[in-house]
Ligand binder design. Structure first.
Ligand SMILES: Cc1ncc(COP(=O)(O)OP(=O)(O)O)c(N)n1
Ligand code: 3NM
Ligand code: MG
Length: 584
């Protein structure tokens, strides 16, 4: 009985992971070959096992040496993987000897897989020969007929066709047709090196139809390994269950995006650099300007922005953030409040529909605003107001679609775009001063602009889920009013908690206050550093900092900085005060 239960439990958690086996050469510079294949598969969320056919000494200058792995040992590697692991797709790269092609052919017969992607690697991007002409006949006879797709570039296609010159798109079409006659089910001739073309044009032929796939040619030296990565990405998409043409399209878009992202990174001194498969290097370079990760002392003077206060004082969000940083703010949170259109949508909703309590039903979406909800209209409303106005807009949409659909839909996009643009601009300012920028509520915005983290409340996305999206290094703060919430924030993987409202505030409507005693209770229960928030200004900040909690690391303020004539002066004064209080 016990045994049965264990079995059931383990069956329940079993999960088949899409799996690509790459059979290719190692590139010591890690731009191409096995290393590129591993990274491309990882980027596409697919497991990748490896059979190494050759070890190359290689960098951004070129290939300095090649050591071919004996075919018996390639066979041993193939058997090890194929006999044990459930491989979906095999992708081949550098196959430098007749014997290796032959053992691969044997193994694929013995252990059939769902698809075979053959990238007929012959010459490296630096022009060095990786597999000589002697292997061409073997490749044609032993492998091409087994392939679901082959992905030659112009030089490789030309070599496979006995040296035929390929200079135009119509040459590429003709070549794709001839290569298809050699047996592969699909052919992708890559025209990346086609002269006089501003686009990267590839020809895909499935035996019936030709497809001209275009992507913009990215001006960059960092193109080493694009062929390997494209083929690996096709293999990865096939392993996930995609059809051939969609897999090719996704792979092309992936490579184009990665090249564009990596166009300015500098690795090595040679003419052909690698690119960043995981689209991460650039941001770590940027964030390396400031200390990576969370530093609790950053909480000392936590400036939370407010767009309506900026409107009131006729200043831009960037000017406000700049002034706060120059005055001594140690961390900034971008908290966007409602635009005018939300207000209009909301008013229409209230006036026209005159509802206390309603349900909006759209497909499977059921939304209810309870009667006399505490967070209904009030001039100080922020997110709850926004949420309510959205729901009412939805109701209006149902009742008066022609009137409201355009306005509401347009507004929704505009708001997100506005938020993202503000976030990008503020991030630049913050990072140029080594100050972290957090985004209030919106994990999507934080991801899109690569902000340093987010602050979420009890009704926002749970911190544990935010963590899975943002990864281990980003900063996550959670609003907590009780010891239980503080405990949960710690379990969920937050970095700090915001505790408030300590005092009443006009900035956030209907906000329950916890007072200094409540703050102290939460601090004592919290395993995380705490920042106090709500109604804190120059007059009471010292009292807050002196409650005697070692993990209270600072105060978060909105109006005390931003609802003032001169942000710089106020922030300077506040910073000096906090420094003094913290040193006591
Ligand atoms: C530092 C800090 N603490 C608390 C909050 C409030 O967050 P939340 O409860 O989600 O309310 P909104 O700010 O989203 O209206 C905060 N923003 N920052
Ligand atoms: C954004 C926010 N959150 C609060 C909470 O209690 O969680 S109080 C608050 C507003 C703080 O503004 P001010 O510094 O102007 O009082
Ligand atoms: Mg929130």
């Amino acid at each position: 009985m016990q045994e049965d239960r264990t079995l059931m439990a383990s069956n329940h958690t079993k999960m088949k992971i899409p799996h690509v086996l790459t059979v290719a050469g190692s590139d010591s510079g890690a731009g191409a070959g096995i290393q590129a294949d591993l990274k491309a598969c990882a980027a596409r969320g697919v497991y990748c096992s490896t059979v190494i056919t050759a070890v190359t000494a290689q960098n951004t200058v070129g290939v300095q040496g090649v050591n071919i792995v004996p075919e018996d040992f390639v066979a041993e590697q193939l058997k090890s993987v194929l006999s044990d692991m459930q491989v979906d797709v095999v992708k081949t790269g550098m196959l430098p000897s007749l014997g290796i092609i032959s053992v691969l052919n044997q193994c694929l017969k013995e252990f059939p897989v769902r698809a075979l992607v053959v990238d007929p690697v012959m010459v490296s991007t630096s022009g060095d020969v990786l597999a000589g002409p002697s292997i061409l006949a073997e490749l044609r006879e032993e492998l091409l007929h087994m392939a679901d797709i082959i992905t030659p570039n112009l030089k490789e296609a030309s070599a496979l066709l006995g040296g035929q010159q390929l200079e135009t798109v119509s040459d590429m079409r003709a070549a794709a047709k001839l290569l298809h006659e050699m047996g592969p089910r699909n052919v992708l001739v890559k025209g990346g090196h086609l002269p006089d073309s501003s686009d990267a044009i590839d020809i895909f032929f499935d035996g019936q139809d030709f497809y001209e796939l275009r992507s913009s040619r990215i001006k960059t030296r960092n193109t080493h390994g694009t062929g390997c990565s494209l083929a690996s990405c096709i293999a990865a998409e096939l392993a996930k269950g995609s059809g051939m043409l969609p897999a090719v399209k996704v792979a092309k878009r992936y490579v184009e995006t990665a090249l564009d992202y990596s166009k300015d990174i500098v690795i090595g001194n040679g003419p052909q650099g690698p690119f960043d498969h995981l689209l991460r290097l650039k941001s770590s370079v940027k964030s390396s300007c400031r200390q990576v990760g969370f530093n609790p002392s950053d909480l000392l003077l936590y400036a939370v922005t407010d767009s309506r206060m900026n409107q009131k004082w006729s200043r831009s969000i960037t000017d406000a953030v700049k002034a706060a940083i120059e005055g001594g703010a140690t961390i900034v949170q971008l908290r966007m409040t409602n635009s005018l259109l939300h207000l209009i949508a909301f008013m229409i909703g209230v006036v026209v529909l005159q509802i206390d309590h309603y349900n909006a039903h759209i497909g499977s979406l059921n939304i209810t605003i309870p009667k006399r909800r505490k967070t209904m209209p009030s001039p100080g409303m922020e997110m709850s107001f926004k949420k309510a106005s959205r729901l009412i807009s939805l109701k209006c949409f149902i009742n008066f679609p022609p009137v409201l659909i355009c306005a509401v839909e347009w507004e929704k996009d505009a708001e997100t775009r506005e938020f993202l643009e503000a976030a990008k601009a503020c991030l630049e300012i913050c990072h140029s001063h080594g100050i972290p920028l957090l985004i209030n509520d919106r994990i999507d915005i934080a991801l899109a602009c690569d902000a340093d983290g987010v602050h979420v409340g009890q009704s926002d996305m749970p911190a544990s889920v935010a963590r899975t999206f943002l990864g281990p290094e980003k900063i996550i703060g959670v609003s907590c009013k009780t010891p239980e919430q503080a405990h949960q924030a710690w379990i969920d993987g937050a970095d700090y908690i915001g505790c408030g409202g300590v005092f009443p505030t006009n900035t956030k409507a209907n906000n329950l206050t916890v007072g200094l005693d409540g703050l102290k209770t939460v601090c004592e229960a919290s395993k995380l550093p705490v920042v106090a928030i709500g109604g804190i200004g120059a007059a009471n900040a010292r009292a807050v900092m002196e409650i005697g909690a070692f993990n209270l690391r600072g105060v978060a303020v909105v109006s005390a900085l931003f609802d003032r004539e001169c942000i710089l002066t106020e922030t300077r004064k506040f910073h000096a005060l906090l420094k003094e209080a913290a040193s006591m």
